[in-house]
Design a protein around this ligand. Structure first.
Ligand code: SF4
Ligand code: SF4
Length: 141
């Protein structure tokens, strides 16, 4: 996730033996923002995304919300194509214009306003969940 372009990108990697200096992790308040948000988990049609502070687990030394790739993939197979609702509803993936840049700056600099920003996101964009696929409700797993 990046402050400027959210999570709607494909990361690439280059293998090299060049001696490179390590940079430091970037903290723009995302962990706290996600704790207050949870919109992606709310609208994930397969239930693959956990929500809430007590749903975090340690993965390779990092505390995180671990998604369930099988549930996600099963949903993709059911609908016959990729999903991406979690990316479509994430507030950090809005178009990079002046207004959204200001909101991102506010979210980073003023932690006490993050809950309000999430509420504004819900009111402004009125995210609607899609219909539940049959395999989720037929208890076949
Ligand atoms: S792609 Fe769809 S099913 Fe998979 S985690 Fe995102 S919202 Fe859930
Ligand atoms: S929708 Fe985006 S900001 Fe909200 S919890 Fe999910 S990843 Fe975090």
């Amino acid at each position: 996730m990046s402050k400027e372009i959210g999570n709607n990108f494909r990361p690439g990697a280059v293998a090299t033996d060049l001696p490179l200096a390590h940079d430091r992790p970037v903290d723009f308040g995302l962990q706290d923002f996600c704790e207050k948000c949870g919109i992606c988990a709310e609208f994930c049609p397969s239930g693959a995304l956990p929500k809430g502070e007590n749903q975090q687990v340690m993965v390779r030394g990092v505390r995180r919300w671990q998604m369930d790739p099988e549930k996600c993939y099963m949903y993709w197979c059911t609908i016959g194509h990729g999903c991406g609702i979690c990316q479509a509803v994430c507030p950090w993936n809005h178009k990079n214009n002046l207004f959204h840049s200001l909101v991102r700056e506010t979210a980073e600099r003023f932690p006490y306003l993050r809950s309000l920003l999430v509420k504004g996101e819900e009111l402004t964009y009125s995210h609607k969940p899609g219909p539940e696929p049959r395999w989720m409700t037929d208890d076949i797993f």
